[in-house]
Design a binder for this molecule. Sequence first.
Ligand code: SAH
Length: 238
Amino acid sequence: MAAMRRFFVQNVERETILSGDEYSHAKNVLRLGEGDEIVLLDGSGKEYDAIIAKVSKGEMLCSVVGERPSDKECKTCVRLLIGALKGDKTELVVQKATELGVAQICVFSSRFCAAYMNENKLERLRKVAREAAKQCLRATVPSIEYCDSLEEALATCADFENKLFACEFAKSSDVDLRSLRGSCALVVGSEGGFSEEEFAVARSAGFAGVTLGKRILRAETAAIAFTSAVMFVLGEWQ
Ligand code: SAH
Protein backbone atom coordinates (compact mmCIF):
# COMPACT_ATOMS: atom_id res chain seq x y z
CA MET A 1 0.00 0.00 0.00
CA ALA A 2 1.14 3.53 -0.75
CA ALA A 3 3.41 5.14 1.83
CA MET A 4 0.91 7.95 2.20
CA ARG A 5 -1.67 5.76 3.87
CA ARG A 6 0.40 4.59 6.79
CA PHE A 7 -0.33 5.97 10.25
CA PHE A 8 1.50 5.64 13.53
CA VAL A 9 -0.62 5.26 16.67
CA GLN A 10 0.27 4.49 20.29
CA ASN A 11 -1.64 1.24 20.45
CA VAL A 12 -3.43 -0.89 17.90
CA GLU A 13 -6.57 -2.72 18.98
CA ARG A 14 -9.41 -4.29 16.95
CA GLU A 15 -11.06 -0.87 16.93
CA THR A 16 -8.39 1.84 16.88
CA ILE A 17 -8.92 5.57 16.99
CA LEU A 18 -6.84 7.86 14.80
CA SER A 19 -6.60 11.38 16.23
CA GLY A 20 -4.25 14.39 16.36
CA ASP A 21 -1.76 14.96 13.54
CA GLU A 22 -2.32 11.56 11.99
CA TYR A 23 -6.07 12.20 11.84
CA SER A 24 -5.54 15.63 10.22
CA HIS A 25 -3.20 14.11 7.68
CA ALA A 26 -5.67 11.35 6.81
CA LYS A 27 -8.70 13.63 6.65
CA ASN A 28 -7.44 16.96 5.35
CA VAL A 29 -4.42 16.04 3.26
CA LEU A 30 -5.25 12.59 1.94
CA ARG A 31 -9.03 13.13 2.06
CA LEU A 32 -9.61 9.61 3.33
CA GLY A 33 -13.07 8.63 4.51
CA GLU A 34 -15.27 5.76 5.53
CA GLY A 35 -14.50 2.51 3.75
CA ASP A 36 -10.93 3.47 2.81
CA GLU A 37 -8.13 1.00 3.54
CA ILE A 38 -5.13 2.12 5.57
CA VAL A 39 -2.16 0.60 7.39
CA LEU A 40 -1.74 1.22 11.11
CA LEU A 41 1.66 1.02 12.80
CA ASP A 42 2.32 0.90 16.53
CA GLY A 43 6.10 0.93 16.37
CA SER A 44 6.32 -2.73 17.41
CA GLY A 45 7.50 -3.80 13.95
CA LYS A 46 4.08 -5.11 12.93
CA GLU A 47 1.80 -3.68 10.23
CA TYR A 48 -1.96 -3.78 10.63
CA ASP A 49 -4.44 -3.57 7.74
CA ALA A 50 -7.45 -1.53 8.74
CA ILE A 51 -10.57 0.01 7.26
CA ILE A 52 -11.89 3.41 8.25
CA ALA A 53 -15.24 2.58 9.85
CA LYS A 54 -16.41 6.00 11.02
CA VAL A 55 -15.24 9.59 10.74
CA SER A 56 -16.27 12.12 13.35
CA LYS A 57 -14.91 15.50 14.42
CA GLY A 58 -11.24 15.05 15.28
CA GLU A 59 -11.29 11.24 15.10
CA MET A 60 -11.44 8.29 12.80
CA LEU A 61 -12.50 4.89 14.04
CA CYS A 62 -10.55 2.17 12.25
CA SER A 63 -11.33 -1.57 12.24
CA VAL A 64 -8.29 -3.79 12.09
CA VAL A 65 -8.72 -6.67 9.66
CA GLY A 66 -5.24 -8.21 9.54
CA GLU A 67 -1.65 -8.01 10.74
CA ARG A 68 1.80 -9.14 9.67
CA PRO A 69 5.38 -8.59 10.73
CA SER A 70 7.15 -5.91 8.69
CA ASP A 71 10.01 -7.09 6.50
CA LYS A 72 11.48 -3.59 6.22
CA GLU A 73 13.33 -3.30 9.51
CA CYS A 74 17.09 -3.82 9.84
CA LYS A 75 18.26 -7.00 11.53
CA THR A 76 21.10 -5.23 13.31
CA CYS A 77 20.68 -2.35 15.73
CA VAL A 78 22.51 0.79 14.60
CA ARG A 79 22.64 3.90 16.79
CA LEU A 80 23.73 7.22 15.25
CA LEU A 81 25.12 9.96 17.46
CA ILE A 82 25.35 13.32 15.71
CA GLY A 83 26.54 16.67 17.00
CA ALA A 84 23.76 19.30 16.90
CA LEU A 85 23.95 21.00 13.49
CA LYS A 86 23.01 24.48 12.38
CA GLY A 87 19.82 25.40 10.49
CA ASP A 88 17.85 22.40 9.33
CA LYS A 89 20.88 20.13 8.91
CA THR A 90 20.03 17.96 11.93
CA GLU A 91 16.61 17.37 10.39
CA LEU A 92 18.27 16.31 7.16
CA VAL A 93 20.46 13.80 9.01
CA VAL A 94 17.46 12.44 10.96
CA GLN A 95 15.49 12.00 7.76
CA LYS A 96 18.29 10.20 5.90
CA ALA A 97 19.30 8.05 8.87
CA THR A 98 15.68 6.96 9.25
CA GLU A 99 15.53 5.96 5.60
CA LEU A 100 18.80 4.06 5.97
CA GLY A 101 17.27 2.06 8.83
CA VAL A 102 18.92 3.26 12.04
CA ALA A 103 17.12 2.22 15.22
CA GLN A 104 18.24 5.07 17.47
CA ILE A 105 19.46 8.63 17.05
CA CYS A 106 21.17 10.71 19.70
CA VAL A 107 21.88 14.40 19.11
CA PHE A 108 24.63 15.76 21.32
CA SER A 109 26.36 18.99 22.13
CA SER A 110 30.17 19.09 22.22
CA ARG A 111 32.96 21.61 22.53
CA PHE A 112 32.84 23.04 19.00
CA CYS A 113 29.06 22.77 18.55
CA ALA A 114 27.49 26.05 17.47
CA ALA A 115 23.86 24.87 17.40
CA TYR A 116 21.61 24.27 20.35
CA MET A 117 18.65 21.99 21.04
CA ASN A 118 15.44 22.48 22.94
CA GLU A 119 12.22 20.51 23.47
CA ASN A 120 10.58 22.11 20.42
CA LYS A 121 13.45 21.21 18.14
CA LEU A 122 13.51 17.69 19.53
CA GLU A 123 9.77 17.31 18.89
CA ARG A 124 10.32 18.58 15.35
CA LEU A 125 13.06 15.95 14.83
CA ARG A 126 10.68 13.24 16.07
CA LYS A 127 8.10 14.38 13.56
CA VAL A 128 10.67 14.34 10.76
CA ALA A 129 11.61 10.77 11.75
CA ARG A 130 7.96 9.69 11.79
CA GLU A 131 7.28 11.16 8.34
CA ALA A 132 10.46 9.60 6.93
CA ALA A 133 9.55 6.22 8.45
CA LYS A 134 6.14 6.33 6.78
CA GLN A 135 7.55 7.41 3.45
CA CYS A 136 10.17 4.62 3.34
CA LEU A 137 7.66 2.01 4.58
CA ARG A 138 9.26 1.33 7.94
CA ALA A 139 7.14 -0.03 10.76
CA THR A 140 9.15 1.59 13.55
CA VAL A 141 10.36 5.14 14.11
CA PRO A 142 13.89 5.62 15.43
CA SER A 143 14.04 6.92 18.97
CA ILE A 144 15.52 10.43 19.24
CA GLU A 145 17.17 11.75 22.36
CA TYR A 146 19.46 14.61 23.27
CA CYS A 147 22.59 14.62 25.45
CA ASP A 148 24.13 17.94 26.40
CA SER A 149 27.68 16.65 26.53
CA LEU A 150 29.79 14.27 24.46
CA GLU A 151 30.71 12.22 27.56
CA GLU A 152 27.05 11.66 28.36
CA ALA A 153 26.34 10.69 24.76
CA LEU A 154 29.23 8.21 24.66
CA ALA A 155 28.03 6.63 27.91
CA THR A 156 24.70 5.71 26.27
CA CYS A 157 26.53 3.27 23.97
CA ALA A 158 27.88 0.87 26.60
CA ASP A 159 25.89 -2.11 25.31
CA PHE A 160 26.92 -1.84 21.67
CA GLU A 161 29.21 -4.49 20.18
CA ASN A 162 30.95 -1.92 17.97
CA LYS A 163 31.62 1.64 19.04
CA LEU A 164 32.90 3.75 16.16
CA PHE A 165 34.00 7.37 16.23
CA ALA A 166 34.36 9.24 12.93
CA CYS A 167 37.39 11.41 13.48
CA GLU A 168 38.33 13.92 10.79
CA PHE A 169 41.98 14.00 11.88
CA ALA A 170 42.48 10.21 12.24
CA LYS A 171 45.03 9.08 9.64
CA SER A 172 43.69 5.52 9.60
CA SER A 173 40.92 3.47 11.20
CA ASP A 174 41.46 1.49 14.40
CA VAL A 175 39.18 -1.27 13.05
CA ASP A 176 38.54 -2.82 9.66
CA LEU A 177 35.03 -1.63 8.78
CA ARG A 178 34.75 -4.33 6.12
CA SER A 179 34.45 -7.06 8.74
CA LEU A 180 31.89 -5.40 11.03
CA ARG A 181 29.31 -7.71 12.63
CA GLY A 182 26.78 -6.94 15.35
CA SER A 183 25.24 -3.81 16.82
CA CYS A 184 26.98 -0.52 16.05
CA ALA A 185 27.08 2.93 17.66
CA LEU A 186 28.38 5.58 15.24
CA VAL A 187 29.57 9.00 16.37
CA VAL A 188 29.81 11.96 13.98
CA GLY A 189 30.73 15.48 15.04
CA SER A 190 29.06 18.80 14.26
CA GLU A 191 30.36 21.40 11.77
CA GLY A 192 33.01 22.42 14.30
CA GLY A 193 34.39 18.87 14.52
CA PHE A 194 36.17 17.30 17.49
CA SER A 195 39.15 18.28 19.61
CA GLU A 196 42.12 15.95 20.28
CA GLU A 197 40.90 15.71 23.89
CA GLU A 198 37.42 14.62 22.83
CA PHE A 199 38.90 11.91 20.61
CA ALA A 200 41.03 10.72 23.53
CA VAL A 201 37.96 10.62 25.80
CA ALA A 202 36.08 8.56 23.20
CA ARG A 203 38.95 6.13 22.83
CA SER A 204 39.18 5.61 26.54
CA ALA A 205 35.43 4.93 26.54
CA GLY A 206 36.09 2.07 24.11
CA PHE A 207 35.43 3.83 20.80
CA ALA A 208 37.53 3.00 17.76
CA GLY A 209 38.61 5.93 15.61
CA VAL A 210 37.41 5.69 12.01
CA THR A 211 38.48 7.67 8.97
CA LEU A 212 35.97 8.36 6.21
CA GLY A 213 38.68 9.09 3.69
CA LYS A 214 41.19 11.78 2.92
CA ARG A 215 38.75 14.62 2.37
CA ILE A 216 36.98 16.49 5.17
CA LEU A 217 33.29 15.86 4.72
CA ARG A 218 30.54 18.14 5.88
CA ALA A 219 28.97 16.77 9.05
CA GLU A 220 25.75 15.78 7.28
CA THR A 221 27.66 14.07 4.46
CA ALA A 222 29.78 12.23 7.02
CA ALA A 223 26.72 11.02 8.95
CA ILE A 224 24.91 9.79 5.86
CA ALA A 225 27.98 8.22 4.25
CA PHE A 226 29.12 6.52 7.46
CA THR A 227 25.65 5.10 8.14
CA SER A 228 25.32 3.90 4.54
CA ALA A 229 28.70 2.16 4.56
CA VAL A 230 27.93 0.42 7.85
CA MET A 231 24.47 -0.71 6.67
CA PHE A 232 26.06 -2.14 3.53
CA VAL A 233 28.73 -4.05 5.43
CA LEU A 234 26.14 -5.38 7.90
CA GLY A 235 24.28 -6.92 4.96
CA GLU A 236 21.28 -4.61 5.19
CA TRP A 237 21.40 -3.86 1.48
CA GLN A 238 20.55 -7.41 0.42
N1 SAH B 1 35.62 21.63 11.32
C1 SAH B 1 36.34 20.44 11.08
C2 SAH B 1 35.54 19.46 10.23
C3 SAH B 1 34.36 18.85 10.90
S1 SAH B 1 33.56 17.77 9.84
C4 SAH B 1 37.61 20.76 10.36
O1 SAH B 1 37.66 21.80 9.72
O2 SAH B 1 38.53 19.94 10.41
C5 SAH B 1 32.26 17.18 10.89
C6 SAH B 1 32.39 15.77 11.35
O3 SAH B 1 32.27 14.87 10.26
C7 SAH B 1 33.69 15.39 12.02
O4 SAH B 1 33.74 15.73 13.38
C8 SAH B 1 33.73 13.88 11.82
O5 SAH B 1 32.94 13.19 12.78
C9 SAH B 1 33.10 13.72 10.46
N2 SAH B 1 34.09 13.69 9.37
C10 SAH B 1 34.19 14.56 8.34
N3 SAH B 1 35.18 14.19 7.50
C11 SAH B 1 35.72 13.05 8.02
C12 SAH B 1 36.77 12.17 7.61
N4 SAH B 1 37.47 12.37 6.52
N5 SAH B 1 37.03 11.10 8.39
C13 SAH B 1 36.34 10.88 9.53
N6 SAH B 1 35.34 11.68 9.96
C14 SAH B 1 35.02 12.74 9.21
